[in-house]
Design a protein around this ligand. Structure first.
Ligand SMILES: [Zn+2]
Length: 478
């Protein structure tokens, strides 16, 4: 808080590297080999439409506060109200930015602080630290900067060195934005990801609407379960044709138990009449995960699974302000038992691949590293959401490497909807991996050459390979 007005605000070149001087020197050397490599961003929530339309970012509040659930939840936890942050209210943007700047100390020690610092200084040239006193001046400076043509999303895409970016799109998406991108020659740089969650969970009131849209988009009669599966396959095909590499599944639990045919048909017929109860809906979703693995084997889409989140923890708040506002809270997750049916059936199939993500750190050493370190189809996804922080990224390597190694992991995945934070997030992961590898070199457990080679793999080779097209994966195996 007590910052001198004349002291320029800068990034330390050794930020997030180990503090011990010997290890730090090794980490610098390793980081130097990867810091400039292109970004491969295979899972995230940037809206394809913003790239198709080459949009700008408006003002500071629109860019840094309103759409960022990490920022919103922290501000709300400090007593700021959603209305003051422009969520469900028409709040003056300068006022929103002032609230954020006043609360800047709340972010100390959090990854938001780390990312925002990187974005403000490195990407947008801000030289004063946010505070009540600097809020207006920073707001004005950012308004000017963000209006420049070189701050539109496609220019930043180039400047950030993004090689490939995956968006996340509902299964019922028309994929129009991706068609525009393909026409503009961006089809190899931005690809969709197939996300059918809304169709897999028939306890929601909106399920039947989503189903009707699915029927329309696929030109398929979804009046029975067989038709539903046909429609899903049709949409997956459309996504594959649009360049998709993966499907994405957010379930409350990782249960993959298949149901008897008659039972799933009965549940589907019941769901057509009205919402299922939670237990039936989860049994249906578990069956669909099993079916998804089968489809994946046919069309090659890599399966991504991330269970263990209680969505909209405060239903009253969700009713007032909607979802994705920072009130999705993790709960304990059991992968070992939940995935057993799916892995027993498909886990050794050469064409099948599943990438597992968690927000329950206790599963890393007990369940996920042992699964990824045994089943050839399983890769361990990067730590994300609550865990994509300096400490979370470091603990991930410590908890998983001794069992799964480095090469059974997917490489870094940023999972962000905040486009301007992508370089900050990838840079942080590279620094933490460099630090972990430096420690192994310092203890003479790896040679420096091996550490550098591994760092390059984690940054580039592994994410490319993890989400490679099925035919490329097959060629690799041959
Ligand atoms: Zn995601």
């Amino acid at each position: 808080m007590a910052q001198h007005d004349d002291a320029p605000w800068t990034l330390h070149p050794d930020r997030a590297l180990p503090a011990e001087p010997g290890v730090r020197a090794l980490a610098r050397e390793i980081y130097g080999h990867i810091s400039g490599l292109p970004i491969i961003s295979m899972h995230g929530h940037v809206d394809a439409g913003t790239i198709a339309r080459d949009e700008g970012f408006g003002d500071a509040a629109e860019l840094f506060v309103v759409p960022d659930h990490y920022v919103l939840r922290m501000l709300v936890s400090r007593g700021v109200r959603y209305e003051q942050l422009g969520v469900g209210a028409d709040t003056d943007h300068r006022e929103i930015w002032r609230r954020f700047c006043e609360q800047w100390p709340a972010f100390r020690g959090t990854p938001s602080r780390y990312w925002l610092e990187h974005e403000l200084i490195e990407v947008f040239g801000v030289t004063r630290e946010p505070s009540a006193a600097t809020a207006d001046a920073i707001y004005d400076q950012l308004s000017e900067t963000l209006a420049r043509p070189d701050c539109r999303i496609r220019s930043l895409f180039d400047r950030f060195g993004i090689e490939l970016l995956s968006t996340t799109d509902p299964a019922t998406s028309t994929l129009e934005d991706h068609a525009v991108l393909a026409r503009d020659g961006w089809g190899d740089r931005v690809v969709p990801t197939f996300r059918p969650d809304a169709l897999y969970h028939p306890h929601t009131a909106h399920w039947r609407e989503h189903l009707a849209t699915l029927g329309e988009r696929s030109g398929t009669d979804v009046g029975d379960f067989a038709g539903f599966l046909t429609a899903l396959r049709q949409r997956r095909g459309a996504f594959v044709a649009a360049g998709a590499r993966a499907s994405d599944h957010g379930h409350r639990t990782p249960d993959t138990t298949p149901l008897p045919q008659a039972e799933v048909e009965r549940l589907y017929a019941e769901a057509l009449r009205g919402p299922l109860d939670i237990a039936s809906s989860e049994a249906f979703a578990a069956h669909l995960l099993f079916e998804t693995a089968r489809m994946s084997l046919d069309d090659g889409l890599v399966m991504q699974l991330h269970p263990g989140i209680v969505r909209d923890h405060s239903p009253a708040l969700a009713a007032r302000h909607g979802s994705d506002i920072g009130f999705d809270i993790p709960e304990p997750t059991s992968f070992t038992r939940g995935l057993r049916p799916l892995l027993d059936a498909f886990g050794h199939e050469p064409g099948f691949r599943i990438i597992l993500f968690t927000v329950d750190e206790s599963t890393y050493s007990r369940e996920l590293a042992p699964l990824a370190g045994a089943y050839p189809s399983v890769l361990l996804g990067a730590p994300w959401w609550f865990l994509d922080a300096p400490g979370g990224l470091a603990r991930f390597r410590e908890l998983t490497t001794e069992t799964a190694g480095f090469f059974n992991t997917s490489g870094f995945v940023d999972d962000t909807r905040a486009f301007a934070s992508i370089p900050a997030r990838h840079d942080l992961a590279r620094r933490i991996d460099a630090g972990y590898l430096a420690k192994l070199v310092g203890e003479h457990r790896l040679s420096l050459d091996e550490a550098i080679e591994t760092a390059v793999a984690l940054t580039q080779t592994l994410p490319r390979a993890a989400y490679a097209r099925a035919e490329d994966r097959a060629a690799d195996r041959a």
